[in-house]
Design a protein. Sequence first.
Length: 424
Amino acid sequence: MSGEVTVAAPETSQRGKWGARSITSLILFIVATLLLPVALVGHWGYRTVVDSERYIATVGPLIEQPEVQAALSESVTTAVVAKADTQNQVQSLLGGLLNNDKLVGAIAAPIASGINTLIGDLVTKFIASDQFNTVWIELNKAAQKGVVAVLEGGQSGPVQVQGDNVVLDISSAFAVIQQHLVDSGITAAANVTIPQGDRQVVLFTSTALGQIRFIYSLSSPILQWLPLLVAAMFALSIALARRRARTVVATGIVLVVTAFLLSVGLVVGEGSFINQLAGTPFGPAAQVFWDTLLEYLIIGIQGVLVLGIVLILAGWFGGLTKSAAFLRGHVTKGLGELSARMSGAFGGFGDFVSTNAQYVRWGIYVLMLIILLFSNVIDRSTVLWVTALGAGLVTVVQLLVGAGTSGASPMATETPEVASATSL
């Protein structure tokens, strides 16, 4: 009949052809995939190590941890007691006062033990004091500069490269503790020399330090913005893809796999780090050091994992599988019925949204991406509430689209393929 309108079926013949648009989308996807782990680790390195304020905010509270205080106290106390040799000193003092060797031997041991306990108490209380907290902050300010100097190819301050090891020398902290003991009346502490192994903490061991320095020299100018660049590449790849739903699923899979591989790497690195400190006074505090320094990266990896799962589900929902089409059909039907009741309620605004629905949706996706990237930490809760916000806004847009077409909701007339394409 002359009044019939024929809707052309989607062209399937183009699916097998690779034009400039598809090739560009694939290249962007591959480059973003390769840069993703570098972006995550590099951004953590910038925020936690290179950024001096963030570094101090991260490691400063370490001295408040009982394990760290205990490690420092044990190391200093053991060294002072061993070098001071309090029992012999007490015996010599008592020998000059008493002529009874048995009596001297009987009372020297408990007196020496009491002095050793006093030394330990003085050290423990001083390390837990606000005065030593200031010393700790200054030590770590120097350490942060030293780490950056090592990455840039030099050496500075308490951080040094010894073979394959990057070590932190905390001699300055020990010197302050020794002076406190001398000021408190333990004058023998002035002559104590802390063993080399007790005043150096191995930050990490790597035979690839040269490669790390090379990568840092290339990426340091953009470390802060690398995650944003990678996210933009993925987003542009999805926008240019002919099968956007499938590309969204692929992006989600990349995020999940990357998060899994980085998690495995962290587990291996954690074991190596703890083993390096095992048998030293800092062994019991190794776990605290690791958890504190890597906290931001671990939280970020968890957030990326959740984001990947969300993208897989979103891509599946917008895809052409029978299960997705079935679920989407029910959702579309429900929204269509609701929007029909709202027909004309929003006047020109509904018509505007209906006309520009695709641009409004992409605006929502960009807004979600900006919120995620500029959040202080991309953790699981942030990903979930941003996802809920985006889903809610997209639902409102779809309702306005139906309400703005005077009862002729596009959702009721679009084929599954067209609905899938426009929804993403």
